[in-house]
Design a protein around this ligand. Structure first.
Ligand code: SF4
Length: 414
């Protein structure tokens, strides 16, 4: 936000100098101690302003085994998995995100989410290349129309970092899918000719890797469609490339007022940089929600997720969805049992602020949509009373004379 300019003081240079300094300070991006140490050690000739330039971060992404060995002590498993990789979902990590990785510990949570291991080449029963059946509902290239009133708009196949459990691993980071403005126009025309569509989710790839003017073009084009009421952007950029949240991007977002779903995995991601990216978005009035994939050995623990969700709330991001990991090919090493997710929700609900408890969902394979799952709080029925249990295991009666809920449960002695 720019400080107000007072007309009567417009020629008063000391005040102007102070104002300019305030603006510069507001635009300056923080750099955490661990990133600073990493920068000095691995990029001695690079300035903090280069480091804080998102284009520098993208140009210097770590993309192959040789460069990764400069930064991390790789396990044999990681080395051979990277060496044999071909095709989509390549290795790709921004130097910023890499600076958060534990150099010596290949079991560290966020490191595991981005560095391939050989389990990724194991295909288990029930896994699919396109587990959500998106390709079957693609009405024009890059536009998935599955529910009557909503569309999924795949804006790009590019991400700043590649998550090893990505549901769209078939299409991100190269391969048969290509994206162009002419294709965006085709998708916009489709939405225009379907008045029942009121909600559009921009996803990808990561829409915030698109340049400001292109994003502005797309959002302007979509905002011109009268029946399109609601535009959302799904992104991991504020978490892995927080420097991208520049004043000029904020200007574009403020103009078009989308909602935003931020992809968070672990409390280690809530650095001063990420707090700043969330602050900029929230101050611009962008409603922020989070989505988190439940990942075995990474965040499948009540205390880890509670810490993450509390930190998100502090940063004005509402924990929105906790996803059971989709059965995408090569993801079995990331998938927990469904019980684990229910156990986590049980460990959160009632034990902390309701706003800190996301909805646990399974995105039904084959295109069934998101199905919410809740621990069972219904004990049974005693005559006109519904019997419920609370987060501490206490039993409570609720008068429900006309109800049938709980009838099918056999009551054990209370
Ligand atoms: S940022 Fe999103 S689209 Fe890109 S690899 Fe990660 S999960 Fe997939």
């Amino acid at each position: 936000m720019e400080p107000p300019t007072l007309a009567s003081e417009s020629n008063f240079s000391p005040l102007l100098t102070v104002q300019k300094k305030i603006v510069r300070a507001q635009h300056r991006f923080p750099i955490s101690n661990c990133s600073k140490t990493f920068l000095r050690r691995f990029y001695p000739g690079v300035t903090t302003s280069e480091w804080n330039d998102w284009r520098w971060q993208l140009q210097n992404r770590v993309r192959n085994l040789k460069s990764l060995t400069r930064f991390l002590q790789l396990s044999e498993d990681e080395q051979s998995a990277i060496a044999r990789h071909e095709g989509t979902l390549p290795l790709g990590v921004t130097p910023y995100y890499l600076s958060l990785f534990d150099e010596h510990n290949s079991a560290q949570g966020i490191r595991r989410t981005h560095i391939p291991v050989n389990d990724e080449y194991l295909y288990t029963p029930g896994e699919e290349k396109d587990p959500l059946g998106e390709d079957g509902h693609m009405v024009v290239p890059g536009l998935v129309h599955r529910y009557p009133d909503r569309v999924l708009f795949l804006t790009t196949g590019f991400c700043s970092t590649y998550c090893r459990y990505c549901t769209r691993s078939r299409m991100v980071g190269g391969g048969e899918y290509t994206f162009a403005i002419s294709q965006w126009e085709q998708a916009a025309c489709y939405i225009e000719s379907h008045p029942e569509i009121r909600d559009c989710l921009l996803s990808g790839g990561d829409p915030l890797t698109v340049l400001d003017d292109k994003l502005d073009w797309l959002l302007t084009r979509l905002r011109a469609i009268p029946h399109l009421e609601f535009i959302r952007i799904g992104t991991k950029v504020p978490v892995v490339l927080p420097q991208r949240i520049t004043p000029s991007l904020i200007k574009v977002l403020k103009k078009h007022k989308p909602w935003m779903s931020l992809h968070f995995t672990h409390p280690d991601e809530l650095t001063p940089e990420v707090q700043e990216s969330c602050r900029r978005l929230a101050d611009a009035g962008i409603p922020l929600g989070s989505q988190t994939v439940l990942l075995k050995g990474i965040n499948d623990d009540v205390s880890i997720l509670k810490k993450l969700f509390h930190s998100l709330l502090k940063n004005r991001v509402r924990p929105y969805y906790l996803y059971q990991c989709d059965p995408v090919q090569g993801s079995s090493h990331f998938r927990t049992s469904v019980e684990k997710g229910l156990e986590i929700i049980k460990g959160l609900r009632g034990h902390t602020t309701g706003y800190a408890v996301p909805t646990f969902v399974i995105d039904a394979p084959g295109g069934g949509g998101k199905i919410p799952l809740l621990p069972d709080y219904i004990v049974g029925r005693d005559g006109d009373d519904l019997l419920l249990t609370n987060y501490e295991g206490g039993i409570y009666r609720y008068p429900d004379p006309d109800g049938k809920v709980g009838q099918d449960k056999e009551l054990k002695s209370l």
